[in-house]
Design a protein around this ligand. Structure first.
Ligand code: ATP
Ligand code: MG
Length: 286
């Protein structure tokens, strides 16, 4: 029997769409099977299981799924024996402690003897222990942000991205315990054939992510300032330089990180660059 890889993906929720999009960008075609528990890719030996994110580490540890896409926060909380093989760049958030905004907070010792409501008891206990703070942890499974308002807790620990949920509930973020993003996890005992498939998938994922962070840039440069313009483009081994039909001008092509681009755009213009085009790259293999 030829090898196949089973991947666990969140069934619905914040990670589902980005997980499916990443597979698609990797050239993997999947029938939309959201209402089913599992489905298969048509052009890659991949079987997909749609699960609650909380269950993914366990399924991967047990080998029911070989790999999975899940938030690091869940991986750390569940303490399962799985390997984190790649950060995926989406699902970014932080796991933070928040207190009512009128409570004075000067540092972690202020948490002493507080009742902290959270769905992340393991991570919170670890954090408190590390900082030698004694507090009471109340594990609740959802709507953590309302706990102080209803008198259930003095503080909460929950996932935050923009902070608007905290704000709406009259809370302020006082400690960031963990920065998290979605990761690809793998079972520790993959067969050689499964590992080979995982490597193939990883190769594609890296090419997709690399491409996202980089842009293809084309610009027109006056020849008398060509050297200067080329020197402004960072991290380039050899830009492509082509003569333009108009005498005295060249077209310069290169690849650069989008963030770097915004830093140097002014200098490029000052140096006489014109007609600057920044184009997305679909895949990038180095
Ligand atoms: P499930 O039904 O699968 O158990 P859930 O309700 O536990 O879903 P979601 O709210 O869909 O989980 O969040 C899934 C993951 O998305 C989180 O574990 C976290 O890694 C990530 N995430 C990113 N931003 C946020 C955010 N602002 N709030 C909550 N989770 C976030
Ligand atoms: Mg969950």
């Amino acid at each position: 029997m030829s090898a196949k890889l089973k991947i666990a993906v969140q069934k619905s929720g914040r990670l589902h769409d980005d997980s499916m999009k990443l597979l698609k960008e990797c050239g993997i075609d999947v029938n939309n099977g959201v209402n089913r528990l599992k489905t298969e890719a048509s052009n890659f030996p991949l079987e997909l299981f749609f699960l609650r994110d909380d269950d993914i580490p366990q399924y991967v540890e047990d080998g029911v799924a070989d790999i999975g896409m899940v938030g690091e926060n869940v991986v750390f909380e569940k303490e399962k024996q799985v390997k984190i093989v790649e950060k995926l760049g989406f699902g970014k958030c932080r796991l933070s402690i928040a207190v009512p905004k009128n409570v004075e907070y000067n540092g972690i010792n202020d948490l002493h003897n507080m009742r902290i409501a959270t769905s992340y008891p393991v991570i919170v206990a670890d954090y408190l222990k590390k900082h030698k703070v004694q507090a009471e942890i109340h594990e609740i499974s959802g709507s953590v942000e309302i706990a102080p308002g209803i008198g259930l807790a003095d503080a909460i620990c929950d996932l935050v991205s923009s902070g608007s949920t905290l704000f709406m509930n009259g809370l302020k973020e006082v400690e960031v315990m963990l920065k998290s993003e979605a990761v690809l996890v793998a079972n520790k005992d993959l067969t050689a054939a499964q590992q080979q498939l995982l490597d193939k998938l990883l190769f594609r994922m890296r090419a997709v992510r690399k491409a996202k962070n980089n842009k293809y840039i084309l610009l027109n440069a006056p020849n008398d300032n060509l050297e200067k313009i080329i020197s402004l483009l960072p991290g380039m081994k050899s830009p492509t330089v082509l003569p333009l039909a108009e005498a005295g001008w060249s077209s310069v092509h290169s690849v650069l990180n989008e963030n770097e681009f915004w830093d140097i755009i002014e200098s490029l213009k000052e140096a006489g660059a014109q007609g600057i085009l920044v184009v997305p790259i679909e895949k990038m293999i180095i």
